[in-house]
Design a binder for this molecule. Structure first.
Ligand SMILES: Nc1ncnc2c1ncn2[C@@H]1O[C@H](COP(=O)(O)OP(=O)(O)OP(=O)(O)O)[C@@H](O)[C@H]1O
Length: 581
């Protein structure tokens, strides 16, 4: 556990943790020495050697003082190291997250991440603060006492060594057994609590549809599984813990019996018996408390496993030959992409106009979001390549790519702050005039003017004080404000009414005067103003060209157009401008 923790820590925190371990080891060694000094002290007192007795008393007091001072100092340091360590692991996680592809951040994963950051990392604080000391004591104190006994009373030392060698495997077996059942119980608990949360979240659906047997069935199954896991831990974990306690007590009895035998056989002086008994008890005491530390250790170990899992996620490879694009034309060359073992894009090739508006259309699941996500490396291609200005996006340094691409995804992400804070994310230096212009382009002007605090109005956590359509417009204003030459709009009008959607389409057209704009939409009837259209179907490029040209011939675009017209989404006006220049 400690080795695993050291492996995930940054170097500074690794050194801090090593110092804590060393401090506790020194204190435990001094504790063992203090107990050992009792024997020669008693011997000297019995023999009436007052001089030697004073020396041994001084040695005992010195060892006790070192023990008390080092233990107190290390314990105080251990608390602050714990706090720093948890901050360090948070930083490691943040760095790792920055290197992960955007495709990693699915809703399920972000839920798990909030658990890792909010619960697992703080739980690791307890390792230096509470767990290192009993673990170090359990190793160093018995080892010091046994070594001392081998020197002063080798027979008892050998028996103590044998007892230790027998107790340690029992301890390891019992800890592993309990850990296994405990981990299973933790998993069952996590599943049950997420089912309960899901049940609570689904109340509006469940109530409107009546009793939902499927949802309730899953909740029931999760609760039964949790109960079963609890029972297994109790029935099979408790005997394992009892076995540890029994092993430690047996060792204690054996050693006490050996002390008595040695005393009755006059191998050791009877007056030394109290000293030997103290030593035996002192050596075994820390082993007994390791069992109690086990629960916290298992918790920390499981918490660490969650952190390790995130850190082990494969990051986006860094550029091998970093280059800065001179132009901004986007090209897809024989692009294939596999997600979770399925090929979701098959050898897509296209060169997009720059500046210009390219619409990406196709049925649901055709691969539209995947294709446009490649431009900002939300994920990487499996084969082929995507380039901006003739430079493969995988060779563009992260910070340059961030500056090059402005992206609005289907899922709107706002944070608790003001309207202005949320819009300024991509252009922190933008002034109010720039904000007003972005508002105008995205149909936000009325909203801003209607709020008492205007741009300084708080939006609430996740933008909760705004409607779905307002949130989408704020996210769009953010994308528009960022002065990036490439703009990707993935279903930017899904939550908007017809008039607002028309404003956004006009904005996309306006931006396309100077930038490369990629617009993903289901509504084929609304892309007549595009310069170029890519029609995807089943992950393949089914057609590409100017909308007017594509509409004029039978084919996939015409079929989508007809379907859209039948569903009422058709709009007037088609351009016949040619495809990519
Ligand atoms: N994280 C993922 N794991 C597994 N499959 C995925 C994942 N993301 C996307 N896919 C699959 O990739 C395919 C293309 O998805 P994509 O979101 O690109 O399609 P889309 O055309 O944008 O769909 P929509 O119009 O419904 O948003 C789908 O079949 C989808 O199931």
């Amino acid at each position: 556990m400690i080795t695993r923790l050291l492996a995930v820590l940054p170097p500074q925190h690794r050194r801090d943790l090593r110092r804590v371990i060393t401090g506790f080891a020194v204190a435990a060694f001094a504790q063992g020495l203090a107990a050992l000094a009792l024997l020669p002290l008693l011997q000297a007192l019995v023999e009436g050697d007052t001089g030697a007795a004073w020396w041994w008393l001084a040695a005992l007091l010195l060892a006790s003082a070192v023990f008390a001072a080092v233990r107190a100092r290390t314990q105080a340091a251990a608390f602050s190291v714990g706090a720093r360590l948890s901050a360090g692991v948070h930083h490691e996680l943040a760095d790792a997250l920055l290197r992960l592809p955007l495709a990693f951040f699915t809703p399920a994963r972000t839920g798990a991440l909030s658990q890792v950051a909010g619960r697992n990392v703080p739980a690791l604080m307890s390792v230096p603060a509470h767990l290192v000391r009993p673990l170090v004591d359990a190793v160093v104190v018995p080892a010091t006492v046994v070594l001392g006994l081998l020197v002063v009373q080798w027979r008892l030392g050998l028996v103590a060594l044998a007892c230790g060698l027998l107790v340690v495997p029992v301890l390891r077996w019992s800890t592993r057994a309990v850990e296994r059942f405990d981990a299973a119980r933790d998993g069952a608990r996590a599943e049950a609590s997420s089912r309960v949360l899901e049940f609570a979240r689904l109340q509006p659906v469940l109530r409107s549809t009546g009793r939902d047997a499927h949802g309730l069935g899953q909740l029931d199954a999760a609760l039964v599984a949790e109960h079963d896991a609890d029972r297994r831990l109790l029935l099979r974990g408790t005997p394992a813990l009892l076995a540890t306690a029994a092993a430690v007590r047996t060792a204690l009895l054996v050693l006490l019996a050996v002390v008595v035998l040695l005393a009755t056989g006059e191998v050791v002086d009877a007056v030394l018996v109290p000293g030997l008994l103290v030593l035996v008890v002192r050596a075994l005491e820390p082993l007994g408390t390791v069992g109690e530390t086990g629960a916290s250790l298992r918790l920390a170990s499981n918490a660490l496993a969650g952190v390790e899992e995130v850190l082990a996620e494969p990051a986006l490879p860094a550029p091998t030959a970093p280059a800065r694009p001179s132009g901004h034309r986007i090209a897809f060359r024989d692009v294939s992409v596999q997600v979770a073992g399925n090929t979701v894009l098959h050898e897509v090739s296209a060169t997009l106009p720059h500046p210009g508006l390219t619409a990406v259309v196709g049925p649901s699941g055709a691969g539209k979001s995947t294709l446009v996500g490649l431009v900002q490396r939300a994920l990487d291609v499996t084969a082929g390549g995507v380039s901006i200005g003739d430079v493969d996006v995988r060779q563009i340094p992260d910070e340059d790519l961030v500056d090059l691409v402005s992206y609005a995804s289907q899922d709107v992400h706002l944070f608790a702050g003001t309207l202005a804070d949320n819009v300024r994310v991509g252009a922190p230096d933008a002034g109010t005039a720039d904000l007003d212009r972005a508002a105008e382009l995205t149909g936000l002007t009325e909203l801003v003017a209607g709020l008492p605090q205007g741009w300084d109005s708080p939006v609430g956590p996740g933008g909760a004080q705004l409607s779905g359509g307002q949130r989408q417009r704020v996210a769009l204003a953010r994308t528009v404000l960022k002065p990036a030459p490439v703009v990707v709009l993935d279903e930017p009008t899904s939550a908007l009414d017809g008039i607002s959607a028309a404003v956004v389409r006009a904005t996309a057209r306006e931006l396309a005067r100077e930038r490369s704009v990629l617009l993903v939409t289901h509504r084929v009837g609304q892309v007549a103003e595009a310069d170029h259209v890519l029609v995807l179907d089943g992950g393949r490029l089914a057609a590409a060209g100017a909308p007017g040209e594509l509409a004029g011939v039978p084919g996939p675009y015409r079929r989508l157009l007809d379907a859209d017209r039948r569903s009422g989404g058709w709009r007037l006006g088609t351009r016949t401008r040619s495809a990519a220049p």
